[in-house]
Design a binder for this molecule. Structure first.
Ligand SMILES: [Zn+2]
Length: 126
């Protein structure tokens, strides 16, 4: 597939990413590449179709069914780019849950344990 020119928002996102607060900078550009790839966009859609409901790992909305808006990597792509396309490493989240999880990750809090029973749990967690 021919690589198309970057849109302004993509360029902007790249710039934001280089000034970054992410912990795993070594794998960061690799992660960005994956997130921007057509393969990931496609896989994301597929996962959302299979898992249309937010798994609500923090019990934010126990009485409310919310649609999946974000496909979350349980073990982040920055940490394990090799697990980016592992079905078992993905979790379905609504936007509210996803922002809470991301906020925890930014603070360095462990979040992987919140997803036990989600995805498929065959990956050893540390
Ligand atoms: Zn949710």
């Amino acid at each position: 597939m021919p690589s198309k020119a970057k849109t302004l928002s993509e360029i902007k996102r790249d710039q934001e990413c280089t000034s970054d607060r992410h912990a795993y900078s070594a794998n960061h550009s690799k992660a960005k590449e994956i997130r921007n790839s057509a393969r990931w966009q496609k896989y994301r859609k597929y996962f959302k179709r299979k898992n249309p409901i937010c798994c609500d790992p923090l019990n934010l909305h126990p009485n409310e069914v919310r649609m999946t808006q974000q496909v979350h990597h349980i073990i982040g792509i920055e940490k394990r780019p090799d697990l980016a396309f592992k079905y078992e490493n993905l979790a379905s989240l609504c936007t509210a849950c996803h922002s809470k999880i991301e906020a925890k990750e930014r603070k360095g809090e462990p979040t992987q344990g919140l997803f036990k029973g989600q995805g498929g749990m065959k990956i050893a967690r540390d």
